[in-house]
Write a protein that binds this ligand. Structure first.
Ligand SMILES: [Fe+2]
Ligand SMILES: [Fe+2]
Length: 294
């Protein structure tokens, strides 16, 4: 099954994020752990997506297929816009007391090193191991995000958990575009001819360590910044269990499995109908976000 949109569309939007806005601090289901986790995700998206963009853009000149080049342009545009919007939300989250700037700073460390390498050795075939390492990471992370996006969009229970309308709108828009461009980095990876073992190793790491790392980061975030959370260790433990049982993670491990097959392709997972439905739901004439489009 192929995606409805061949070229990922770049949509410029206006969300109503405001560093002065007063919104419920525990905007995710009233759950402290879940709210910190969503804040961390929002914090790491912009530098993470910058890594994805650099990893793919590096190979643009060696891609012969004009169709794939156009899709890469759409992919870069979408990821760049996600970063911009999440940075706006992150300012609001910082004002609400979340340590978003710290997480963004920590993940941004690779940027200097990558920019130095790209300047010093512009030929992507130089130092291929490092470059392919980043592309493999991107491809595995894109699958991780696509599985997540599908869960967010197809489960009404997850939709009902987001108390803040604009945060829910941002997550839905981001999830939709993740599905629209889910196979672009993968097709670049194949076009470049990186061995399948690199992406499979990355997926093994993401599958085994992704959720535990996010839980640890959430606890760290609470321990360092959240007085109310620190005072209630039993609530934190209980909410961690609740958060792990969240429908957002349903089938997560089994959905990672096919990626580890050597003949896997993201379009083997049929999300075209879900994408078409949400394109209408969000950006159709009566769409929930039609008035957000610039
Ligand atoms: Fe994104
Ligand atoms: Fe993406």
């Amino acid at each position: 099954m192929t995606n409805v949109m061949t070229y990922p569309a770049v949509r410029r939007l206006n969300f109503g994020f405001d560093a002065q806005a007063s919104t419920d601090k525990y905007f995710a289901d009233g759950n402290i752990v879940f709210s910190h986790l969503v804040a961390i995700l929002s914090a790491i998206f912009p530098p993470g997506e910058d890594i994805f963009v650099r990893s793919v853009r590096r190979y643009v000149d060696v891609i012969d297929d004009p169709d794939l080049r156009k899709r890469v342009t759409g992919f870069i545009g979408q990821e760049k816009t996600h970063g911009l919007q999440h940075r706006e939300l992150n300012e609001q989250l910082t004002a609400m007391g979340y340590p978003t700037a710290w997480f963004e700073y920590l993940l941004g460390i690779t940027e200097r090193m990558e920019k130095f390498l790209d300047k010093q050795y512009p030929d992507p075939n130089r130092l291929p191991r490092i470059r392919r390492f980043f592309l493999g990471f991107t491809v595995a992370a894109e699958h991780f995000t696509a599985v997540w996006a599908e869960n967010i969009l197809k489960r009404p229970a997850v939709q009902a958990m987001m108390y803040d309308d604009e945060i829910r709108n941002l997550l839905n828009w981001h999830a939709l575009e993740e599905l629209e461009h889910k196979s672009v980095a993968f097709d670049v990876y194949r076009a470049v001819g990186v061995p399948e073992s690199t992406r499979i190793r990355w997926m093994r790491f993401a599958q085994n360590c992704g959720i535990p790392i996010l839980v640890l980061f959430s606890w760290l975030s609470i321990a360092t910044t959240d007085v109310e959370g620190r005072r209630q260790p039993f609530r934190i433990l209980k909410e961690t269990v609740q958060m792990l049982r969240n429908p957002m993670w349903k089938g997560f491990y089994s959905d990672m499995r096919p990626f580890k097959k050597r003949d896997f392709h993201p379009d083997q997972i049929g999300t075209a109908e879900l994408v078409a439905r949400w394109q209408q739901e969000l950006f159709g004439t009566q769409g929930q976000l039609a008035d957000h489009l610039r």
